[in-house]
Design a protein. Structure first.
Lengths: 430, 430
């Protein structure tokens, strides 16, 4: 039975390489639809957890994963020689940037090599990791063909289909978020699209992997630009004695042509502070400009410093080094436990450089590593605890915190998220 | 009866200063709700037209205006000594920028002076013209108080309430677009808000005129930034052999966090290429940066030139000076007759500088003044006419044009609006 027929009859077996924030929810979504999934991962720890039915991702339901593992629909391995057992291979490994904001494709290349060595005739490979336009055809394809001796379009198929997962989003998950797919040829596009249609409501086919790669980058660069733009507007508004949060609420009443974004202590997460630099890297290599990304980058860098400036202003005559500071929230956005690229870490780094000490409270992040020092969250906060600090800095606005209590009890507050709705002299906002 | 009571009992008489794209639709909207309106205008021509019941604005229904004039609900005058006849005075005069992209507040100042000389106790003045944060309190208020000898908050009231009119928008007009209002004191805010509630569905009160001024600028700067950003992405995509229009369609399938904007030959209209420079001017005066506006400005300036570059590329060996060129659409956006700040004019200027000659066809703009030369639109286009040109340049995508016919008949097309959906070698897109 060829792949087209296997997909049609829903007898396809799926492989997912990389079992993190993207890979594991994908495995669950596929298996929920009765399709067998084998996960591949470099590290043994996640493999053991999955095989034991133990969940480690916030957006996955513990019981759902356990049930799928019991049913034999989900299993995992470190052994890439088992690639021949699957029909479709989704690559969902991280694509970070280095300190120079340049792409780190090592994990994609490593996964591709391991797949290539075990690639079988008739298999379909789908890259899902966000990357610059051209990666699928210029980086992945040559490795697959060279190491396997097989020919794309004839022996195997290759497509790019970006992930759009939004951690913590309760309305849109893998299954009901439309999937964009672009193959290296029309057969690859069609096979990949039909595969996704088995478990995703809407699939949108584009004419090339590069168009699909660009789609994801456009989406996240749009967010980068708009968040940075509103941050710049917040800086201006502050100097003009205008409350930017009030202005955004007012602008939101426009029923067409406007979309609200909010200021904050800087960009965070695994996508927005990363993806645009993949495009910037590629553009630079081609001698082209990405002025908006550069502008956004400058403003974002400044925001961390700006939070520290407001903190110093809030403390008045008291020095940062002498102040008792409590940071509320360190996750990169509200109600999640994810610290990746969190602006809180950058603000903390700047505070530490200035000799400030701090405690923190984050109900979602019980502890984290602050440059080698393990920091542990306060177990709880209440009026007595809050009153004890000279300054409260709200960096993440988790829903479970009682901000009215914070407002009442605090001596001074720097609120970077408009968590405290009331306006008071002791609260300084971004 | 005081103003509050007059508004409550709907016995208020409204004055509107400036009877253009904003003023006339506002007059009609007010009068439709049974409130008497007196329009004030410097020029006699519009005054005579209105008093004769003759409409001159696309978004106003001819019969509606005529009916309101017959009923005595709408009338107009050049005589500002009639200001005492009205209770509320809305200022809706143009606020353009000069060649250095600096605000031209002359018309606001002139209108304010004329109002001030005739200002009565108990009157409410509402500035609606888009301007930089601070104008109402720093420019309008001092003139009103000085020339009238009256005191704001005690003798008269003052607020800012930006216009959000979107020419050609059939869903949202003056009456059903929420109105943002900020007064110089709470009584001014309340009176202005209650006045607008007589004829506008939703009114949103903010804490100051500056917040209301900033709201309008945020809305339109958001659009400036995003249109310029997508133009920069279009430039990149072109070099990467990616179809940006396809990418935008794909990105649009994301059900959260994305809003589509489209590339084009440059910004146009009376708001987007103008309003942000009011903010930039004020920021500059305060020693602050507006990096995003500056970046957008650079890209916008480049787009006109880029259209000419594509045109030269499309012509191949044929020189611009020798080519027969037809421009389709000169209005600043589709299906309207408005030429203000139209990018077509700038593209035409660059083409002319290079010695190119052109004809044009725009069903909404029968003629216009091209640097002193009156240009007249072709009366119609058909296959024979299109075939006769070496190059068709689509600058505005009016709905009434048959683009399939254009595609079939044309020798070469530069399509800056994705008006032609089909992809063909003879069509070059932005």
């Amino acid at each position: 039975m060829d792949l087209k027929e296997k997909i049609k009859q829903k007898k396809v077996v799926a492989g997912v390489v990389g079992m993190g924030y993207v890979g594991l929810p994908l495995m669950v979504e596929i298996a929920k639809n009765g399709i067998k999934v084998l996960g591949f991962n470099r590290g043994q720890e996640k493999v053991d957890k999955v095989n034991a039915g133990t969940n480690y991702i916030q957006d996955v339901a513990d019981e759902e994963l356990a049930e799928l593992v019991r049913k034999g629909l989900v299993s995992a391995t470190c052994d890439f020689s088992r690639i021949p057992e699957v029909d479709v291979i989704c690559i969902a490994v991280p694509t970070p940037i280095n300190n120079q904001k340049e792409p780190e494709l090592d994990l994609v290349i490593d996964a591709t090599k391991k797949i290539a060595k075990n690639l079988q005739k008739g298999q379909l490979v789908i890259l899902k990791s966000t990357t610059y336009p051209g990666t699928t055809e210029e980086v992945v394809l040559p490795i697959l063909e060279k190491e396997s001796g097989l020919k794309v379009g004839k022996d195997f198929y290759l497509a790019f289909a970006p992930e759009r997962i939004d951690p913590g989003n309760e309305k849109y998950g893998t299954g009901n978020t439309p999937k964009v797919v672009g193959g290296v040829d029309s057969k690859s596009t069609k096979l990949a699209a039909d595969f996704f249609r088995l478990f995703i409501t809407e699939v949108f086919e584009v004419s090339s992997p590069a168009a699909a790669e660009m789609t994801k980058i456009l989406e996240n660069t749009f967010r980068l630009i708009n968040i940075s733009f509103i941050n710049e507007m917040a800086l201006l508004a502050d100097k003009m004695n205008i409350d930017i949060w009030e202005v955004i609420e007012a602008a939101k009443t426009k029923p067409f042509g406007f979309m609200p974004f909010y200021p904050g202590p800087g960009l965070g997460g695994h996508c927005i502070p990363v993806d645009p630099y993949y495009l910037a890297y590629k553009a630079k290599k081609m001698g082209l400009k990405t002025s908006f990304i550069d502008t956004a980058s400058d403003i974002d860098d400044f925001m961390h410093q700006y939070v520290v400036e407001i903190a110093e202003k809030a403390l008045g005559k008291k020095l940062l080094t002498e102040a008792k500071i409590l940071i509320l929230g360190v996750a990169y956005k509200k109600d999640i436990n994810d610290l990746r690229e969190s602006p809180a870490l950058k603000v903390i780094e700047l505070l530490s450089k200035k000799g400030a000490n701090y405690d923190y409270y984050d109900p979602h992040v019980p502890n984290f590593n602050d440059n080698g020092v393990k920091k542990t969250s306060l177990e709880k906060i209440d009026s007595d605890i809050i009153r004890n600090y000279d300054l409260i800095i709200i960096l993440t606005d988790h829903s479970s915190v009682d901000y009215e209590m914070v407002l009442k009890a605090a001596n001074k507050v720097v609120d970077t998220r408009n968590a405290i709705k009331e306006r008071a002299e002791k609260v300084l906002k971004i």
